[in-house]
Design a protein around this ligand. Structure first.
Ligand SMILES: [Zn+2]
Length: 248
């Protein structure tokens, strides 16, 4: 137990209590001046066994403010659909960082980006890094995994083609749409091709629309996603006209 003692009576109604800060990591001697109650009563000095010093109070306030700010940032990230498990992994290990790609994305951040290349080159991590900055700048960022986007579209067009179009519009209703890991969707290739075609069509006249897409598709695999060669050619042309393309 800490020692608590009363000392120096400055005047009739005020008195000082010396105590040791209750914070285990601090334990600094401190004092507090109090007023007696109207009946001349004093606080039991034993109460100060659990009181922390003013310095520690300030530190706790700072920490709680910082925590609150972090919490808010986190909530915005969560709302954007970010893969938070990957964000955490990235924060703790820089092993997968691809700084060349990070720099390239930063340079072209306001454009439509098509980032192709084999998996495991750090595409997702590089995008997360720059996209977090965009969130902090107040942009409404929407993040969706390629497979999830295609799956949802397949379900929507099963209802009607109007539902499919509405589905795409909903995704484009943000400042920055990020589609991560667009992969060969196998049996849904043609539907996925239609989705890509419509997405590109949706942004072709809106030059301010930011859209970043990472793809694990090889050139031949992309072409196979279209029923007609005509569509494939159009998509390739649109990619060239509208997108900055990273080839890894
Ligand atoms: Zn303290």
């Amino acid at each position: 137990m800490q020692e608590i003692q009363e000392t120096q009576e400055t005047q009739e109604t005020s008195y000082t209590i010396e105590f040791v800060c209750a914070n285990e990591d601090c334990r600094k001697p401190s004092s507090i001046t109090l007023e007696t109650t109207s009946g001349g009563k004093r606080v039991d000095p034993g109460c100060f066994a659990v009181v922390i010093c003013e310095e520690c109070v300030q530190k706790e306030k700072e920490a709680s403010k910082k925590h609150h700010i972090e919490q808010k940032k986190f909530q915005r990230l969560e709302a954007s659909g970010f893969p938070l498990d990957k964000v955490a992994a990235w924060s703790f290990s820089d092993g997968k960082r691809n700084t060349a790609l990070e720099d390239w994305i930063k340079e072209h951040r306001d454009d439509a980006l098509w980032i192709s290349g084999f998996s495991q080159i750090g595409k997702t991590f590089a995008m997360i890094k720059v996209a977090r900055e965009e969130v902090e700048r107040g942009k409404l960022v929407r993040w969706v995994a390629g497979g999830v986007l295609i799956g949802g579209y397949v379900d929507a067009v099963r209802d009607s083609s109007a539902a499919g179009s509405a589905y795409i519009r909903r995704f484009l209703n943000c400042d920055l749409l990020i589609i991560d890991d667009l992969d060969d969707p196998g049996q849904f290739s043609y539907t996925a091709g239609q989705l890509i075609y419509k997405l590109l069509d949706g942004i072709k006249n809106d030059r301010s629309k930011q859209i970043w897409i990472t793809v694990n598709l090889l050139k031949g695999e992309l072409q196979k996603m279209f029923k007609s060669n005509n569509h494939a050619v159009k998509v390739e042309q649109r990619l060239k006209d509208r997108f900055c393309i990273w080839k890894g």
